[in-house]
Design a binder for this molecule. Structure first.
Ligand code: ADP
Ligand code: MG
Length: 761
């Protein structure tokens, strides 16, 4: 079936967020690469025709002017267009800026020229508009370009000097004729006893002054694009804003006191006061809501088309699961049970599973994964579990193989390190269906990894993987798409859930396994490290194990390493060969050996760079030292701390910091010290850092919004999500009057792929 191959091929592109990776001529929104994949797949499944049939631009005609190149505007030539590219297209690589990109380029300040003092009352440093008489011109001495051209002015309260570096005599004499009145606007400074204005922004006659915009928007600028040029470009773009059929619910608009779209967009570019520049200003909020609604509608449409009937109902027995359950040394927690029920139900239904399992560190996600995989095996299919790091994949494999022996199923490990004959043999077994489960890293994506029949794909710690990669794994199913479960330990605030995982159902592990004690967290300045040493001495003597995480130097892995090396040597000086070291540059086997030696208890203190961040499980390690804690993000600290507190012993975490701490630095460490609630920490992190960074924008595929700002707009995001669901439940194909307007909205915010699903639906 050649159409299926297209879908697969597309999903193989490494970085489809770059439009250049999308085959030319395909009408995808460059913002939603994964949608492109979905589009082709669902289109091709529907029509069973080659993809050339779907190459049609369906953007409504009313929007054409907005999507024209900015060069079509007066005063914008190729050179300026190129400079604007840097300015307005900083998120998406596109060759030429378009009219709409200018319109989404919002002002960030205002120049208020209404303040009109007399010369004697003009505050140095302030922006003023002053009426003066021109009293004298002083050109620089011939040949000396360093001396500025000066013009003297006065009013009935005093004198003022205008300064022009490299001033053109003719021009200035024309603009400022001797003896005439002129209105000047610009910033004044005091220079000795004199008031000066250098290069006034405006020099106009009384007549001309009447047409001057007294409150000017100030835009983010770049070299070669002045405020004046930018304002003119935007003003020209504003002329092209079409009147569009309203897509928002009338009641809702009235309640919010929002204006129509075109009105709002114009208003945003005509701020009257500083408040108008805030995300909560009415006009900005309305537009943000438009964008959020478009994105939520798109996600919902995608989800509907992606899961409906594209999976298969697995017929599970329960022999294997019961066996595993009976072999576990513990009872499942309530939320483990609930989550599993939700997962089993998805697996048993003909719709495809796309589920996110959220559970804080230590909440017990691995056993949930194992049982879900066992269910797939019961149904006669295979199961795959993918982890973000080698260390973690090995650890999972270890856990799985212990269980496999007792419960008799087969499991293998595949990472970048399995090579040659053994790899070949493994792949052959996999393809023949002789292997029940496969655990591994990114290596599972490789093209020659073929399953006989993959029933479920589980991805641990999703935020380390891109959405594209998820797509690739699920594409390894036989004829249908494979059920997918994504597990994440980063508690994702609701806001981010909606924007990043809006296409997924979620299950949550809300309770921790019984018997866990709270972790004691202490914040300690690094110059008190000796105190810490004494404590460690006692702890080691009693058989306790310690993680020691070294500072993260983002720019340089080398420095990172040097710091860890040094600390390792220093600790060895105190504790001898009970100290081990593990870092990202180590060879796989070396890393394994160290990790094994630590989990066997032969190493007492494990010095590590952040390679241990995700998922490592050594219950006997109950002390976590984090050096330069101030350099880590909140969520990262929370993850690291989650390495301890896994057994029934009292655990502690020591955050060493290098003072002096900034205010936010202090605030962050306090949050960590006082809370073990991953959700609260994530919310704080979002507040302190913004959403993109929390998940790592590039990797997580956080949709880039042009207008909406998180968390400022999280409230209306939730509303947009509810709105989208209501809309689609009433009018799933968007054919009503409002539905048609909403289709235009989808195109306006470049959710083309989603809009096209409607065309064929
Ligand atoms: P995470 O969610 O961080 O991946 P793990 O799956 O590594 O957590 O589980 C952490 C530890 O808790 C493991 O040692 C695991 O065996 C144990 N565990 C998981 N579920 C339970 C439970 N219901 N009761 C007691 N211990 C559990
Ligand atoms: Mg885990």
């Amino acid at each position: 079936m050649p159409t299926h191959i297209h879908a697969r091929q597309l999903s193989l592109f490494e970085r489809p967020n770059k439009p250049s990776c999308v085959p030319k001529g395909l009408p995808f929104s460059s913002r939603e690469p994964n949608f492109a994949h979905k589009l082709i797949k669902s289109e091709s499944l529907r029509h069973q025709k080659p993809r050339t049939n779907v190459v049609l631009i369906m953007r409504p005609i009313q929007l054409h002017a907005l999507f024209a190149k900015a060069q079509s505007l007066d005063g914008i030539g190729p050179k300026l267009s190129e400079k604007l590219t840097k300015l307005v297209n900083n998120t998406v690589e596109r060759s030429d800026p378009r009219v709409i990109d200018l319109l989404w380029h919002f002002p960030t300040g205002i120049n208020d020229r209404r303040h009109r003092p007399k010369i004697s009352a003009a505050e140095p440093g302030s922006l003023v508009t002053i009426e003066v008489s021109v009293t004298g011109h002083v050109p620089p001495p011939p040949g000396n370009k360093k001396v500025p051209y000066r013009v003297f002015c006065a009013d009935d309260t005093g004198e003022m000097e205008l300064i022009f570096f490299r001033g053109q005599k003719n021009y200035l004499e024309r603009m400022l004729p001797l003896g005439e009145k002129r209105i000047l606007s610009g910033r004044v400074e005091r220079y000795g006893a004199k008031l000066q204005m250098s290069h006034p922004d405006h020099m106009v006659s009384e007549e001309e002054f009447k047409t001057l915009q007294l409150i000017e928007p100030v835009y983010p600028l770049t070299a070669g694009v002045s405020g004046k040029i930018m304002r003119r470009a935007v003003n020209n773009a504003i002329e092209l804003i079409p009147e569009l059929e309203e897509w928002q619910d009338a009641e809702w608009l009235k309640k919010q006191k929002w204006r129509g779209f075109s009105d709002a967009l114009r208003t945003v570019h005509q701020p009257q006061e500083l408040l108008d520049l805030l995300p909560i200003a009415q006009a900005r909020k309305r537009l943000a809501y438009d964008e959020l609604l478009a994105s939520q509608l798109a996600l919902a449409l995608m989800r509907n088309s992606e899961i409906k009937g594209t999976g298969r109902a697995l017929k599970m027995g329960n022999g294997l699961r019961n066996k595993i359950l009976s072999l576990l040394p513990f009872e499942l927690t309530g939320s483990q049970k609930t989550s599993l029920e939700e997962i089993y139900e998805d697996m048993g239904s003909p719709d495809r599973m796309l589920r996110l399992l959220q559970g804080d560190v230590g909440s017990g996600k691995t056993v949930v994964a194992m049982l879900a995989m066992a269910a797939a095996v019961e149904a006669g299919t295979q199961a795959a579990l993918m982890a973000p790091t080698e260390v973690l994949a090995r650890q999972h494999f270890h856990e799985f193989s212990e269980m496999a022996e007792k419960a008799s199923f087969s499991v293998a490990l595949l990472t970048g390190r399995e090579k040659g004959k053994s790899r070949e043999a493994l792949l052959a077994q996999l393809k023949m269906g002789e292997l029940d489960m496969l655990v591994g890293t990114h290596a599972l994506f490789q093209d020659d990894v073929e399953f006989a029949d993959l029933g479920i794909a589980i991805i641990d710690e999703q935020h380390r993987f891109g959405v594209q990669q998820r797509m690739k794994l699920q594409g390894k199913g036989k004829d249908t798409d494979t059920d997918v479960l994504v597990m994440t330990a980063t508690p994702i605030p609701r806001t981010l859930l909606l924007t990043n995982y809006g296409d997924m159902e979620t299950s949550q592990l809300t309770d921790k396994p019984a018997g866990r004690k709270p972790i004691t967290t202490r914040v300690l300045p690094v110059d008190r490290i000796d105190e810490l040493l004494h404590g460690l001495q006692r702890a080691l003597a009693s058989g306790t194990q310690v993680y020691w995480v070294c500072p993260l130097v983002e720019e340089s892995e080398k420095l990172d390493l040097a710091a860890a090396d040094q600390r390792h040597a220093w600790l060895q000086g105190h504790f001898g060969d009970k100290v081990g070291l593990v870092h990202g540059r180590m060879k796989g086997e070396e890393k394994d050996a160290v990790m094994k030696s630590f989990s066997d208890g032969n190493i007492g203190i494990l010095v590590a760079t952040t390679v241990i961040e995700v998922g490592v499980n050594v219950p006997n390690a109950t002390i976590m030292v984090i050096e330069h804690a101030e350099r880590f993000g909140l969520s990262q600290l929370h993850q690291l701390r989650g390495r301890v507190g896994r057994g029934d012993k009292q655990s502690s975490c020591i955050l060493l910091y290098q003072g002096p701490l900034s205010k936010t630095g202090q605030a962050r460490l306090t949050v960590i010290r006082d809370s073990e609630d991953g959700f609260r920490i994530a919310e704080e992190d979002l507040r302190l850092r913004g959403g993109g960074e929390l998940l790592g924008t590039k990797q997580s595929g956080v949709p880039e919004f042009s207008i909406a700002r998180l968390p400022e707009h999280s409230e209306i995001l939730a509303a947009a999500r509810d709105d989208a669901q209501l809309i689609l439940s009433r009018d799933p194909t968007l054919t009503s009057t409002r539905g048609k307007a909403l289709k235009t909205l989808l195109y306006l915010f470049e959710r083309d792929a989603a809009a096209k699903l409607l065309r064929s639906g």
